[in-house]
Design a protein around this ligand. Sequence first.
Ligand code: CO
Ligand code: CO
Ligand code: CO
Length: 311
Amino acid sequence: MQDEDLLVGAATSDDAAVYRLSDELAMVQTLDFFTPIVDDPYTYGQIAAANSLSDVYAMGGLPVTAMNVVAVPMEHLSLEDVNQILKGGADKVAEAGCVLAGGHTVQNSEPLYGLSVTGLVHPDRLITNSGAAAGDLLVLTKPLGTGILSTATKRGIELGAAGLRAIELMAVLNTPGAALAKAGLVRGGTDVTGFGLLGHLGAMARASGVTARIDSGKVPVLDDCVLKLIAEGCVPGGTQANLVAADCVADGVSEERMILLADAQTSGGLLLAVSPGNLPEVLRILDEEGAPCAEVIGELIEQEARLIEVS
Ligand code: CO
Ligand code: CO
Ligand code: CO
């Protein structure tokens, strides 16, 4: 059954569902959770919550209420650990100006944590995968490499400062999404998570009926060690699958850099389609909102044979 007030549903691989409540108000509904990606329970809670909140920001919404989604293996996790995970999540929810309104916990063989977040947005100010247009510039707000670095950590490789930087970045809220939508500056965008830059960019290009051109040399990397780790074969399975699945043609780009572009991110940045005239104001807001970076990595052109062209 089709409801004309369902402005965004499952068809366009968007970050959230959006339902119109009135001409001035739409509700953004999301649900996201995952298994621990760091050892420290408080940090894991922060990252999982930042990732869940990001799906509201990526649609241009302002998070209003959040519910905890928790699975606990009673034999392997202490009550103190569970409390620390929830505290990390609650602190991020508070930082977002969002209200924690409850949740649900089940027993499971492995731990899971995340949030179901409800946000609000003006129905004419939505940021969606289908809202991008040929001529738009592509802006990325966090560097890539968290998938590679998480895999390195799991393999016992000492990362030092790069590892700490990755954790710090994953916990950063994608608040610029809401600010840019409110200012009416961006209509096309998403966040970069499990499908990597190529996967999420491909979904946006498909939904908007355009082709994306990426200058791989302009794509920011979390740390120099990321490309070295890739060359040594430190690549998660999800990242490899993303590269295989990408509808993409590359010209003169190293295998390492293609893997970086496909790297499955945890709580990655926003990928925004920005009309050139709006770019200065968009960069100003990204700076004001504390975006970790604001790199123009390419542009959108009229649709060609492939969804993505990388040079
Ligand atoms: Co998302
Ligand atoms: Co998500
Ligand atoms: Co979206």
